[in-house]
Design a protein around this ligand. Structure first.
Ligand code: PMP
Length: 391
């Protein structure tokens, strides 16, 4: 009997052009071994604070098992509005300008799909979070990574944006504090970027998921700059700073027309965020700041330990001022970032993520997460020092 043609032919061609996540490939190799100390995962090692877990348990116990309004429960949207007002000085109307989503992941997807038309170009700084390019491609847009320079601590410059903007550019995605470099937004940079966005009439999608995990400097958001509110979609969620990755909780805020456009996709594709997560979010945003501060200060200690270890190894590393990743240069070893990460797992059983997983400009670097316990980090640093000495 003749073989039937492969089901591969049914897969949409624009999807085939998007490569699999480099992180996923690498960690499938790591998962085949059980002796590996991992600094690879972008996830807090803390469990969600008890008080937040309790709120979800209470809600479940009291029969919260239904759908919610598409936008999210009003009490949840009001908690988000209150939190944004007090923490960022941002005023969003909970009835029209806030949408509760399934993590920042869904919020990002909605924001991109709500504004991108086929052929529209979307800029994002690189090295950057792995999802931005693929999400733009899934929306039939054209991802345009803007490479930043290691020698300049990966700061995003207006000149780099000017070099790639075209009359097809529609949007700019920002992520501060940045995964994987730990860069934060300086006031002067924010002003330059805002002026650029206004000049080219761009919509800015800002992913501020690491905002509370800022160790130095002022916490600022581009959404608060003059002239930016009406052209900004602000995305945030509880996965990182509240250690709530499993709750899949996030939200998108912006002008009512844009939130309504995102709502249209959300109501047909997702319906609503889980009701138990929404109960947990209310507790997280209203009464959990001391837990967040405790975790932030623990990450800061771990960061400092990791930075000291890199210094002893002779690896140059920009101080991550936010998020929970260090992005040291491994140039002195002469290895590529993928060779370094692969051999480090093979020889010393430590997993880090090759910098190229975050775009070509991540070459010569690896990402090491300090969202792991101190003893684990100490041991991983000792092993890494042995490895660097040998290479
Ligand atoms: N944005 C960035 C920059 C991230 O690092 C992550 C998670 N790694 C996400 C978004 C997705 O987060 P969530 O769990 O809210 O979907």
């Amino acid at each position: 009997m003749k073989d039937s043609p492969s089901p591969h032919r049914f897969v949409a061609s624009h999807l085939l052009q998007v490569p699999r996540s480099g992180i996923r490939d690498f960690f499938e190799i790591v998962a085949t071994r059980d002796d590996v100390l991992s600094l690879g995962i972008g996830e807090p090692d803390f469990v969600t604070p008890w008080q937040i877990r309790d709120a979800a348990i209470y809600a479940l116990d009291h029969g919260a098992t239904s759908y919610t309004p598409n936008r999210g429960q009003r009490v949840c949207r009001r908690a988000i509005a209150g939190y944004l007002e007090s923490s960022f000085g941002l005023a969003y109307d909970p009835d029209q300008e806030i949408l509760v989503t399934v993590g920042v992941s869904e919020a990002l997807d909605l924001a991109v799909r709500a504004v991108v038309e086929p052929g529209d170009e979307v800029l994002y700084h690189e090295p950057g979070y792995v999802s931005y390019g693929p999400l733009v491609a899934f929306a039939h847009g054209v991802p345009v990574p803007v490479a930043t320079e290691a020698a300049e601590n990966f700061v995003l410059r207006r000149s780099q944006l000017d070099a790639v903007v075209s009359d097809r550019t529609k949007a700019l995605i920002l992520n501060f504090p940045t995964n994987p470099t730990g860069g934060v937004l300086e006031h002067s940079t924010a002003e330059e970027i805002a002026a650029f966005a206004i000049e080219h009439d761009l919509i800015v999608i800002t992913d501020e998921i690491y905002s509370e995990l800022t160790y130095e400097g002022e916490r600022i958001t581009i959404a608060a700059l003059p002239g930016m509110r009406e052209r900004t979609i602000f995305l945030h969620g509880q996965s990182k700073a509240w250690a709530m990755t499993g709750f899949r909780s996030g939200y998108a805020c912006g002008p009512a027309e844009l939130v309504e456009a995102m709502m249209k996709i959300h109501q047909y594709s997702m319906l609503c965020a889980p009701i138990l997560s929404q109960a947990a979010v209310v507790e997280a945003l209203k009464r959990s700041s001391s837990h967040v501060e405790h975790m932030r200060s623990e990450y800061e200690k771990r960061r400092n330990l990791m930075l000291a270890a890199f210094k002893d190894m002779g690896l140059a590393c920009t101080t991550p001022r936010g998020a929970f990743y260090a992005f040291p240069s491994i140039a002195r070893t002469g290895l590529s970032s993928i060779e370094f990460a692969t051999r480090l797992v093979e020889e010393e059983a430590v997993a880090v993520v090759p910098g190229t997983a975050f775009g070509a400009s991540g070459e010569g670097h690896v990402r090491c997460s300090f969202a792991a316990n101190l003893e684990h980090i100490k041991e991983a640093m000792e092993r890494m020092a042995r490895f660097v000495q040998r290479h």
